[in-house]
Design a protein around this ligand. Structure first.
Ligand SMILES: [Zn+2]
Length: 395
């Protein structure tokens, strides 16, 4: 059987022509060649834009690259870093779609994680973000009503929104060009139907993990009327908005367009339901080993799918919950059952947690667990489970 080498192309760019540093096209090309060689890919083409800025995609070689991708002339593309391709988020989104459409895999030398894990990271981000998003909506609504009671009509100074700085001389907000550009792109992508979670993921990917955008921050930005030149307001009624004295980053029309999309999405999203006690067999039994507080059940819905989670969400003792400690309820319950089933300590239990367990409903599983388990400590970092049995019951 003959071995076929995968075809690969390289794209390099520098903004200044006589730049001799590591960022020169020659240096980038050399590093990208090495990378391709390490994967045993055959370099069939290379694209070089010298003296071209990343502002737009209308660079001669970029245009040729896009055409070649469309014609599926290679399977891999190697770049030194993402900003060689583009610095604009909207262009980045466009390129990713183009690459996906032609099944071209992107390899980023400075971000080795980029290609391999992108897909899986994306899906898991969405689920986590959807769940985070729902929690935050509830929290925000509570904060809103409290604030409304407390300070009717009073204008709160608040934080300076991302994209602006505060000019003390003129006492007004001034747009910070680089940030404002990103905000503009956020609105642009949102108006084209990208969800806050998707935009956050794109922004993070483009940055190679240096920033940590999430659905919640994106939603805050996309629903902040300040960007359209208005005074800050929590109201969803566009007619009550007042013009401010600062410059707008997006037009009021664009802002309104995005706002309507967000409202429509929220209406489509299933309403938050309080999880039924019996649908979480480990409720009250599972503890976060990091902080010694109980992990709480949570449900999130994504489309028609519902996910059950156990999360460290407690604020007990005035400490915030442990970030990122969350686990799919099904996985955890099956894991616990498997641990007990394989333990030699209580052979009678082992049978109940293998064959019988499989046939049980969630309430039955809850009852069985309560009968014989005192407490389970879960260490999220190591995935270790420490199961404490109710010894007296089992003796
Ligand atoms: Zn914790």
């Amino acid at each position: 059987m003959s071995h076929q080498f995968k075809k690969c192309a390289i794209y390099v760019r520098q903004s200044r022509v006589n730049d001799s540093s590591y960022s020169s096209c020659e240096a980038q090309l050399r590093i990208c060649m090495d990378t391709a060689a390490s994967f045993a890919w055959r370099v069939v083409d290379h694209f070089q834009d010298s003296g071209q800025s990343s502002e737009t995609l209308s660079r001669p070689e970029m245009q040729r690259l896009m055409a070649c991708v469309e014609l599926k002339q290679f399977e891999h593309l190697v770049v030194y870093s993402i900003d060689r391709l583009t610095r604009r988020l909207t262009d980045f989104a466009r390129l990713m779609e183009l690459f996906d459409g032609s099944a071209v895999k992107l390899t980023v030398v400075t971000d080795p994680q980029f290609g391999e894990s992108a897909a899986s990271r994306f899906t898991s981000n969405i689920v986590a973000a959807a769940s985070e998003f729902q929690q935050d909506l509830t929290r925000e609504r509570m904060a809103e009503s409290r604030a409304a009671l407390k300070a009717k009509g009073m204008r709160v100074a608040g934080r300076i929104p991302f994209g602006y700085s505060y000019d003390r001389v003129f006492s007004r907000l001034m747009a910070v060009p680089e940030e404002a550009e990103l905000v503009e792109d956020f609105f642009d992508l949102a108006s084209k139907g990208k969800t806050p979670a998707e935009i956050a993921d794109l922004a993070n990917k483009r940055d190679g993990g240096r920033s940590d955008w999430n659905a919640r921050r994106l939603l805050q930005i996309l629903s902040n009327p300040v960007y359209a030149g208005y005074l800050p307001s929590d109201s969803e009624n566009a007619e009550t908005l007042q013009k401010g004295n600062h410059e707008e980053i997006v037009t009021p029309e664009r802002f309104e367009q995005v706002r309507q999309q967000l409202v429509a999405r929220r209406k489509r999203a299933p309403t938050k339901r309080t999880p039924k006690p019996e649908s979480f067999p480990l409720r009250g039994l599972l503890y976060c080993a990091k902080c010694d507080r109980a992990m709480t059940p949570n449900t999130s819905s994504f489309g028609i799918k519902h996910y059950r989670w156990y999360q460290c969400r407690s604020h007990a003792g005035g400490r915030p919950p442990c970030a990122g400690v969350s686990v799919r309820a099904n996985d955890m319950e099956e894991f616990v059952a498997a641990q007990i089933a394989s333990s030699s300590e209580y052979p009678k239990l082992a049978v109940r947690f293998s064959d019988e367990w499989q046939a049980m409903t969630l309430p039955q599983r809850a009852a069985l667990l309560k009968e014989c388990i005192d407490r389970i400590d879960y260490n999220h970092d190591t995935s270790d489970l420490d199961i404490n049995f109710k010894a007296e019951k089992l003796g």
